[in-house]
Design a protein around this ligand. Sequence first.
Ligand code: ZN
Ligand code: ZN
Length: 296
Amino acid sequence: MEITLLGTSSMVPTEERNHSGALLHYKEENILIDCGEGTQRQIRKAGLSAMKITKILITHWHGDHILGLPGLFLTLGSQNYSKTIEIYGPLGSNEYIQRIMQAFIPRELVKYTVQEVVSGIFFENTEFFLEAIPLQHGIHCLGYRFAEKDRRRVDMKALKKIAVKEGPHLKELQLGHDIVYQGKKIKAKDYTTMIPGKKISIVTDTLYCDAAIRIAKDADLLFCESTFLGDLKEQAIERKHMTATQAATIAKKAKVKKLVLIHFSQRYKDLRPFSKEARKTFSSVIIGKDLDTFTL
Ligand SMILES: [Zn+2]
Ligand SMILES: [Zn+2]
């Protein structure tokens, strides 16, 4: 599982920071979360390929999170992208996507589906699920969680000790069922262990709220907006954003393993004060930089 930050700026991009976007890679999936202006160039700079995108998750329909969509669709269309791209977003996404297609895409260049998400698990397969929760940003805005499912691992070493060989009989153990092997009863709980699935949560843009804590719960990696430093807390509230301290409080309350701060106001050149402020509340903090990749 790998996730690359494509942009860490808030409303106005800077020389160092692009508009919002992140690309999550997991097995066959390449999930783009938000697509701010310039996202497709960022994908190229990161050495990744837009042609591999399978799903797009949109947090909300503010320009800094979606203005890269028309260009991305044009690129995919002109390069004969052959998959059907699955787009997920908050209420209203259907109409917005239709408008983009009508305004900018000359013909039906890209096959796509749009699913509007209100809350809860909206995609699930045998390996992972995707979940959303409404945040507080003045318009429909979703926090997302990518969660790999827990896996049961068969302890071959222990099985070999009691002379159980590899073979199709282990499939049942893998499923958590007890088996009888050459007359011996083998209990799944004694010879398998559960490997917890990894979780990545993304919280942007929002006021500090309980929903943000819920979607971040127990995440291995939480990407959380911290548009402002604490001295501009009033301004953060007014613009429906958060401070570094608030992001750190969410990380602490949600018991995440690592917090990555993103979505910084253009006014900040030096981001070190963000980690300094956040570390007073939560110790495992990283300042997210464009094109940073995190591997789990
Ligand atoms: Zn934003
Ligand atoms: Zn916004």
